[in-house]
Design a protein around this ligand. Structure first.
Ligand code: XUL
Ligand code: CO
Length: 439
C-alpha cells in the first residue's frame, strides 16, 4: 500500500466482536439511526493542529513524536506533505470534515505579507484535496495566541498594534475559510483574559473584545461569508482568567454587546470540566437557548488540572452529548471535531489512528444509546412527571406570569406545602445504566 500511512489499512466497521484494532466496533457510518445515517448525525471532523502539528511536548518535556513529514526541511514543502497526510488519514478513517487554525497549515514567516502568501499556497493544496476527496471544512479559525506578540492578548491586548495585527490575521483566516467553503468560523479566546487585575483595564479589554467580534460580523457580510460564527468557552489556561469562561458568561456577554444573534457555541468537553461543569451541563444550557452549534469532542483527565485534550472514551459523556444534539434537532452547520491529541508516550502514527477509532466508536455508541433514550421518552417522561404541578392551578399561574408576591403569599397562607416528592436520582441512574449497558 502506498502513501504516507502505508502500514495502516482503511478502517472499516467490523462490529462489536471484532478483535482487529484497526476496525470500528461501533461506528457503522451507513447505519440509520432515527431516520438518518450515523455519519450524517455525527459529522466527524479531524483537528489539523493536534493531528498534524502535535509533537508530544508538554510543559515539562520536549517533543516525543517524529512524524513522516518532519524530515522535509523546507517549511512550505513540509506544509504540503501535511496536507497530503491529513487527507489520506481522513480518507482511511472515513472522516468527512476537518478544522484548522491559520498557523496549523503554515508556520509564521518573516513578514505578514509572506505569511499570507504562504497561506494562499497551502490553501490551494487543500482546495485540490477537498475536490479530489469530497471532504469538507467544518470550521476555520485564527491562532492569535501562540506568537509572543500576543503575550498580553489579541483583541484584549494593551497594545493597539497587536489589536490591529490580530484583526489582519482574523480577516485573512475568514477569507480562507470562506474560499474553502467552511461551514463555520470559531473564536476561541486564546489569551483573551488576564494574569493579574492589578494591571488590567477590565472594561476596555471586554469592550475591545466585543469590537473585534463586531468587526468580524461586519466583514463576513462584506465578503458574503454565510458560515456560522461560534464562540468556544474556556475558563482558564493559558491565562488565569479567560473572558469566555463558560456558556452562561458568553451568552451574557453577547447579549450585552448586541452580538447575540450572530454566534452559537462550540462546546469543548475538557473546557467544560475546567469550568467545573460537566460537558452535559454546557451542552444542555446551549441547547435550551438554541445555541448548540458545534462540539470539540475530547475529554480531560480529572486527576490533572489542565487541558489534556484526550481522545474521548467515556460512554456516559458521549451518550449525554449525543442526547443533547438529538434534542437540539441535530447538527446543522456544526459537527464533532476531535480537538484531541494522543498522549505524549503514544508517539507512533498508529496511535493517531487508534485515537480517532476510540473517539469515533465512543460517539457512535453514544448516539445509539441516546436515540433509544429519546425514542423511549425516558428523560422526558421523568421531567413531565416531576414538573407536572406547573400545568395547572397555582403552578400554571406562575409560569403564565399571572401572579405576584401578594397572590402567592395569600396562596401559601391558605395551603402551605402539602406534599413533596422524591427526586428519584438513584432510580434514574439505574435506568440510564440499563440503556448504556444493554444497547
Ligand atoms: C484550546 C482549544 C483550541 C480551539 C480552537 O484549548 O480548544 O484548539 O478549539 O482555537
Ligand atoms: Co477546542
Amino acid at each position: 500500500m502506498s502513501g504516507i500511512f502505508s502500514s495502516i489499512p482503511k478502517i472499516e466497521y467490523k462490529g462489536r466482536e471484532s478483535k482487529d484494532p484497526f476496525s470500528f466496533k461501533f461506528y457503522d457510518p451507513e447505519e440509520v439511526v432515527m431516520g438518518k445515517k450515523m455519519k450524517d448525525h455525527l459529522r466527524f471532523a479531524l483537528s489539523y493542529w493536534h493531528t498534524l502539528t502535535g509533537e508530544g511536548s508538554d510543559p515539562f518535556g520536549d517533543p516525543t513524536a517524529v512524524r513522516p513529514w518532519d524530515n522535509i526541511a523546507d517549511p512550505i514543502e513540509q506544509a504540503k506533505e501535511r496536507v497530503k497526510a491529513a487527507f489520506e488519514m481522513m480518507e482511511k478513517l472515513g472522516i468527512g470534515y476537518f478544522c484548522f487554525h491559520d498557523r496549523d497549515i503554515v508556520p509564521e514567516a518573516d513578514t505578514l505579507e509572506e505569511y499570507q502568501r504562504n497561506l494562499d499556497t497551502i490553501a490551494d493544496e487543500i482546495e485540490k484535496e477537498m475536490k479530489r476527496t469530497g471532504i469538507k471544512l467544518l470550521w476555520g479559525t485564527s491562532n492569535c495566541f501562540s506568537h509572543p506578540r500576543f503575550m498580553h492578548g489579541a483583541a484584549t491586548s494593551s497594545n493597539p498594534e497587536v489589536f490591529a495585527y490580530a484583526a489582519a490575521q482574523i480577516k485573512k483566516a475568514m477569507e480562507i475559510t470562506h474560499r474553502l467553503g467552511g461551514e463555520g468560523y470559531v473564536f476561541w479566546g486564546g489569551r483573551e483574559g488576564y494574569e493579574t487585575l492589578l494591571n488590567t483595564d477590565l472594561k476596555l479589554e471586554l469592550d475591545n473584545f466585543a469590537r473585534m467580534l463586531k468587526m468580524a460580523v461586519d466583514y463576513a457580510k462584506k465578503i458574503g461569508f454565510k458560515g456560522q460564527f461560534y464562540i468556544e468557552p474556556k475558563p482558564k489556561e493559558p491565562t488565569k482568567h479567560q473572558y469566555d469562561v463558560d456558556t452562561s458568561t458568553v451568552l451574557g456577554f453577547l447579549r450585552e454587546h448586541d452580538l447575540y444573534d450572530h454566534f452559537k457555541m462550540n462546546i469543548e468537553a475538557n473546557h467544560a470540566t475546567l469550568a467545573m461543569h460537566t460537558f452535559h451541563h454546557e451542552l444542555y444550557l446551549s441547547r435550551i437557548h438554541g445555541k448548540l452549534g458545534s462540539i470539540d469532542a475530547n475529554q480531560g483527565d480529572l486527576m490533572l488540572g489542565w487541558d489534556t485534550d484526550q481522545f474521548p472514551s467515556n460512554i456516559y459523556d458521549a451518550t449525554f452529548a449525543m442526547y443533547e444534539v438529538l434534542k437540539a434537532g441535530g447538527f446543522t452547520t456544526g459537527g464533532l471535531n476531535f480537538d484531541a491529541k494522543v498522549r505524549r508516550a503514544s508517539f507512533d502514527v498508529e496511535d493517531l489512528f487508534y485515537g480517532y477509532i476510540v473517539g469515533m466508536d465512543t460517539f457512535a455508541q453514544g448516539l445509539r444509546i441516546a436515540a433509544k433514550l429519546v425514542e423511549d421518552n425516558v428523560l422526558e417522561s421523568i421531567l413531565d412527571k416531576r414538573y407536572n404541578g406547573y400545568n395547572d392551578g397555582i403552578g400554571k399561574k406562575i409560569v403564565d406570569n399571572k401572579v405576584g408576591f401578594e397572590e402567592l403569599s395569600e396562596y401559601a397562607m391558605k395551603n402551605g406545602v402539602s406534599k413533596l416528592e422524591s427526586g428519584r436520582q438513584e432510580m434514574i441512574e439505574s435506568i440510564i445504566n440499563q440503556y448504556i449497558l444493554c444497547s
